[in-house]
Design a protein around this ligand. Structure first.
Ligand code: PEP
Length: 250
């Protein structure tokens, strides 16, 4: 039985004051969400402050990105040991915005996955197709390629040390959600592809859905057999909305 997981990706949003307000709201309703693992991923500069505010709660801390390198002359980058220092349990790798805006390729994303895993942090590996690829009918090819890059580097069992997030890029921040059936089809494809190599890993690995999830559509999405929770962008910035998504995941 896989534990449901809901992770909020705050992206480049927030201030000291707004984050305190948001966390107060989420913490107030924590008892209601305690059956799902709940993770928040603030911008790097707020990780330390959020870590302090999460002390004594069951909410985990995650980062939105990380360097694949250990330390040294990598201006502007953050290492896995820095994330560990701040007690990050999760690190998102390969988010579509990193891939499309910053040009991260599958090989680099796989290296980040490996670095995060080696540090004992759980990588949240994002995969997903852009609209053109869906319209061309190559969604499965794209997702398979992104997944296989990690399997080639780390071996299939490594996936069980992390989490996969299927995020159709056309559904991110657009208000267009994949239907529960569309999402389930891709989740099942991912799980079956892993199962061909390791049935145990396929059974264990949590696969989250991401893309315009809200309190209103979360129950139907999360009722699908291969959807184990969500990676939430915009709606994770609103405490009530985020809590209602977390409630739908239990
Ligand atoms: C995301 O950025 O991972 C995401 C799913 O965003 P949104 O929920 O806003 O579509």
């Amino acid at each position: 039985m896989r534990q449901p997981l809901v992770a909020g990706n705050w992206k480049m949003n927030g201030s000291t004051e707004s984050i305190k307000h948001l966390l107060d709201g989420i913490k107030r309703s924590l008892d209601v969400v305690s059956k799902a693992e709940v993770v928040v991923c603030p911008p790097y500069v707020y990780l330390s402050g959020v870590q302090a505010q999460l002390a004594g709660t069951a909410i985990s801390l995650g980062s939105q990105n990380v360097s694949e390198y250990k330390a040294g002359a990598y201006t502007g980058e953050i290492s896995t040991s820095m994330l560990l220092d701040l007690q990050c349990r999760y690190a998102i790798v390969g988010h579509s915005e990193r891939r499309s805006i910053y040009g991260e390729k599958d090989v680099q994303v796989a290296a980040k996955f490996a670095a995060v895993r080696a540090a004992g942090i759980k990588p949240v590996l994002c995969v997903g197709e852009v609209l053109e690829e869906r319209e061309q009918g190559v969604t499965e090819d794209v997702v398979a390629r992104q997944l296989d890059a990690v399997i080639a580097l780390e071996g299939v069992e490594a996936l069980a040390d992390g989490v996969i997030a299927y995020e159709p890029v056309w559904a991110i921040g657009t208000g267009k959600t994949a239907s529960p059936e569309q999402a389930q089809d891709v989740h099942a494809f991912i799980r079956n592809r892993i199962a061909r190599l390791s049935a145990v890993t396929a059974e264990k690995v949590q696969i989250l859905y991401g893309g315009s999830v809200k309190g209103a559509n979360a129950p139907e999405l999360f009722s699908m057999p291969d959807i184990d929770g969500g990676l939430i962008g915009g709606a994770s910035l609103d405490a009530d909305e985020f809590i209602s998504i977390c409630q739908a995941a239990v």
